[in-house]
Write a protein that binds this ligand. Structure first.
Ligand code: FMN
Length: 167
């Protein structure tokens, strides 16, 4: 059973959780990077990222050597921006074929309420949201390590259970 975590992170929260998930799951880890970095502070941080996610703008990405369709399970890990997926994830989805891979989601947000974001992603992937295991984390970079471990371990049990214990 081959698994991959493909993530984007602006401020490090998703990166922290994705690293932990990759280690626990034994998955390959890939980071999506934009050609032009989004601002990390000031008003621009929310305005530019929020605008791109809201209006479906697709920022250019740096090359990334990964074919999602090669994996049995692909976890897309991302921050929620303006109630939707962070724009760089949309660029990745648009330019890659997921084939018959099972797709799961790990979504970081400030509110912990990632339902609208999961629905948005399901539509973009052409999948049913009910068929995608989803872990919603509240700013995982600031979580107590034991709590993050517990959440990640629970998610790994779900992913392994769905795969019939095959990995
Ligand atoms: C442009 C932008 C828009 C955001 N919009 C939301 C939002 O609608 N709801 C929410 O709960 N958090 C929102 N956030 C907060 C992030 O989702 C949250 O801090 C997340 O953990 C950041 O992940 P990262 O550190 O991996 O970038 C937003 C952050 C940014 C930069």
């Amino acid at each position: 059973m081959r698994s991959a975590i493909i993530f984007y992170s602006l401020e490090g929260n998703t990166r922290t959780a994705a690293n932990q998930l990759a280690k626990t799951l034994g998955a390959d880890l890939f980071e999506i990077r934009t050609v032009k970095e989004y601002p990390k502070k000031g008003l621009g941080k929310f305005l530019i990222g929020g605008r791109d996610s809201s209006f479906g703008r697709l920022p250019a990405l740096q090359p990334l050597e990964v074919n999602p369709a090669d994996y049995d399970v692909v976890v897309l890990a991302l921050p929620m921006w303006a109630g939707k997926a962070a724009a760089p994830i949309n660029s990745f989805i648009k330019s890659h074929d997921f084939g018959s891979s099972k797709v799961a989601l790990m979504i970081s947000s400030a509110s912990g309420d990632a339902g609208s974001c999961a629905k948005d992603l399901a539509a973009k992937l052409g999948r049913s949201v009910g068929n995608m295991a989803t872990l919603s984390l509240t700013n995982p970079g600031r979580m107590a390590p034991a709590e993050l471990t517990e959440q990640v371990n629970g998610f790994v049990r779900t992913l392994r259970g769905e795969a019939g214990g095959a990995f």
